[in-house]
Design a protein around this ligand. Structure first.
Ligand code: K1U
Ligand code: ZN
Length: 167
């Protein structure tokens, strides 16, 4: 297995719109395993292929406390949504920044598993937040896009300062 490099905001490659997956071959299985390794090491609760510069509709997630419930979501479509919840989100592509985002409280997602089998996921709470956050990545969107221009400018300054200090 291998640790993959996570793209960081404002990298333009995070704006790429992902394409559906049609081939469920050995290379895809390796990519999924590498994404799980990268996500658990970060640590994170989700990772979209976009974030590792792979522009296919592929997401890995694990919102369980013991990190023992891996979930693979391929070619997702939200077919039902209900209610609103606000959650303070983070993002591995925007390190150290957290902000409240409003999302649907309950969603139903139709997608494929790692072997191309159809699955239907009914999600609420953190799982619903995480799926919507990761699906945004597949559409080329980052959670800071929901912030006001002023707040987004503050985020950019914070990231610039941190990068200057790290250099
Ligand atoms: O997509 C990503 O960048 C991953 C992101 C997912 C996410 C987190 C919170 C709300 C919505 C989506 C993360 O995993 S950020 C890290 C994080 O939230 C976390 C890390 C360790 C333990 C618990 C949470
Ligand atoms: Zn993210």
């Amino acid at each position: 297995m291998a640790l993959l490099t996570i793209l960081e905001f404002p990298d333009e490659r995070l704006r790429t719109v992902a394409k559906p997956i049609a081939e469920f071959d050995a290379a895809l299985q390796t990519r999924i395993d590498d994404m799980f390794e990268t996500m658990y090491a970060a640590p994170g609760i989700g990772l979209a292929a976009t974030q590792v510069d792979d522009h296919r509709q592929l997401i890995v997630m694990d919102v369980s406390e013991n990190k023992d419930q891996p979930l693979v979501v391929i070619n997702p479509k939200i077919v039902e949504r209900e209610g609103v919840q606000t959650y303070q989100e983070g993002c591995l592509s925007v390190p150290g920044i957290f902000a409240d985002v409003d999302r649907a409280d309950h969603i139903v997602v139709e997608c494929l598993d790692r072997h191309g089998q159809p699955q239907r996921i009914a999600a609420s709470g953190l799982l619903a937040v995480c799926i919507q956050h990761e699906m945004d990545h597949l559409a080329g969107k980052v959670f800071v896009d929901y912030l006001s221009p002023l707040k987004r400018q503050m985020v950019q300054r914070k990231l610039d300062k941190r990068r200057r200090q790290a250099a």
